[in-house]
Design a protein around this ligand. Sequence first.
Ligand SMILES: [Zn+2]
Length: 295
Amino acid sequence: MSERRFDPFTGRSIVLAPGRRGLGAAKPGGLPEPAGRCPFCPGHEADTEETLARWPEDGGWRVRVVRNKYPLASLPGGDHEIGIDDAAHGTDLDDLSPDHALALWRLYRDRVAALSARHPEVLFFRNRGRRAGSSQPHPHSQIVAIDWEPADLATRRALARAHERERGAPLHATELERERASERVLWDDEALLTHCPFAPTRPYEVRFVPTAPRGRFADATDAELRALSRRVGDAIRRLKAVGVRDYNLVLRQVDAWWHLELLPRTGGDAGFELSTGDMIVVVPPEDAARALRQS
Ligand SMILES: [Zn+2]
């Protein structure tokens, strides 16, 4: 039996259809295998654009931010940076030491802050695996600045403002309270709630939500980033244990509130999704949270 749920953040419906589980997509996942030498490996620094930031500041680098050689938004008013998450070629965010992971999130927060000072919209995301649209296997993140407001963000902002006007409380605070009391919680840290959302768009979707009432990612505190760096690694490790390899990690910045979404990519969008814009999700988030807690 399927169930339709309403996502108050996007105004979209999602259809939970556990009966369709196992009707997997045939498209192979896994890491891409581009020809030629890896431009992100140490020793190949000349293959990338200039270094904008790095950690540590002296000696061999472990994390490095460079301007993208092939900008996604090479438009006037746009900018595109690549964060090389690790000097090592074969790692992922769940392999990093706590110091390394925290340094990485501080560096990316600072780059988002730097670009936010000059651009109206700054996006942060990470594509891992072919199904997630990745073209490089070396672990990396992307920070993209654009000079227009995407329709999806405009809708999210309008819904959040309408909720606050009508209910007298921020939408994110209302939802944080509901999620915190649910069976979908993975980890409840003081600064961050990690959970499977009520209305996911992907199976095993995980969301990382700061518990502070207000804040922009550009101003994220060390306490938030410490919890984030730990829980992102934990969640990716658990996803791998249930068989998810390909995923996107996406920052949502809606007015004075941010959160991150970890979106497993287990199949392609098909006709239903293209016809409606609404997603069919074959793993209910309550089942996903239980499986991830036990994995
Ligand atoms: Zn490499």
